[in-house]
Design a protein around this ligand. Structure first.
Ligand SMILES: Nc1ncnc2c1ncn2[C@@H]1O[C@H](COP(=O)(O)OP(=O)(O)OP(=O)(O)O)[C@@H](O)[C@H]1O
Ligand SMILES: [Mg+2]
Length: 256
């Protein structure tokens, strides 16, 4: 039996955005190979948490700690966080005009490989792997040759995030509503990719509003973010409660 050390630890994290405190005090842990689901009403701060952990400059950490393995995440630059194995898929993946998708992904993959002490992939090997991953994810191969996300449909953008995830094999992956806008085949491909990476030790923090995806992922824990903190944690019964009653009654119950 393997032990499953924590890959992401967040302790008492407070985050301000545009001068307003959005996260008051968030604490959570994701172990290697684990899937932790983060739920919460629109505007509760789920994306804020992911962006703050990734080091987005507009999301200011004003208190608390976060570590990736035994490294101090908050002391690292954005690039260093990515090299150390943190991956964030965006809720709304941006275009990068003028930058070809395959060059973008290969550059990122080789930066991460270098940090892991692995040899870089040359263009030929990279293309072989990227084509195979694109095929598994149902992403047309031609998209590797286009500028990143430019003219991509909503679902294609999400699949392109999955391509990066598959190629980067991060230590911790934060997936922010990866399922929104994806068709059933895309959701199935997501579940399969998460299962495959998890077996290799990647820990996942998955933000989602959808019971079907969450149940398919067989998460180790489900957390509910409210009023800037983790208000509840549990298993799939928590997802079912939220689906049945919505966020408002749970909130009233906690305030009562
Ligand atoms: N760059 C920003 N500038 C100003 N306010 C922001 C910014 N980013 C987030 N906020 C505010 O912070 C709060 C939390 O937003 P966030 O996007 O983290 O919510 P969320 O839980 O991801 O919601 P959703 O389920 O709709 O994706 C919201 O009130 C939002 O308006
Ligand atoms: Mg969000």
């Amino acid at each position: 039996m393997h032990s499953h050390p924590p890959v992401l630890q967040v302790q008492d994290l407070r985050v301000a955005v545009a001068g307003r405190t959005v996260l008051q005090s968030v604490s959570l842990q994701v172990n290697a190979g684990a899937v932790v689901v983060l739920m919460g009403a629109n505007g509760s701060g789920k994306s804020t948490l992911g962006l703050a952990l990734a080091g987005h400059p507009r999301y200011e950490v004003t208190r608390g700690q976060a570590s990736l393995g035994d490294e101090d995440l908050l002391a690292m630059s954005v690039e260093a966080r990515a090299r150390a194995g943190l991956f964030l898929s965006f809720q709304a993946p941006p275009d990068i005009p003028g930058v070809k998708n395959n060059l973008f992904v290969r550059t990122a993959v080789n930066a991460v490989r270098q940090a892991r002490g692995e040899a870089p992939l040359d263009a030929f090997d990279f293309l072989g792997e990227a084509r195979a991953a694109a095929r598994r994810l149902g992403l047309p191969e031609a998209m590797l040759n286009r500028p990143v996300n430019e003219g991509f449909s909503g679902g294609e953008r999400k699949r392109n995030e999955l391509l990066q995830l598959a190629m980067l094999r991060p230590r911790i992956a934060i997936l922010d509503e990866i399922d929104s806008g994806m068709d059933v085949d895309g959701v199935r491909a997501t579940v399969e990719l998460v299962a495959a990476l998890r077996a290799q030790g990647t820990g996942f923090l998955v933000v989602s509003h959808y019971q079907q995806l969450i149940e398919s992922l067989a998460p180790d824990a489900v957390l509910r973010l409210d009023a800037g903190r983790i208000a509840q944690s549990g298993g799939l019964e928590l997802v079912q409660d939220i689906a049945r009653t919505g966020y408002a009654p749970a909130r009233q119950a906690l305030e009562a």
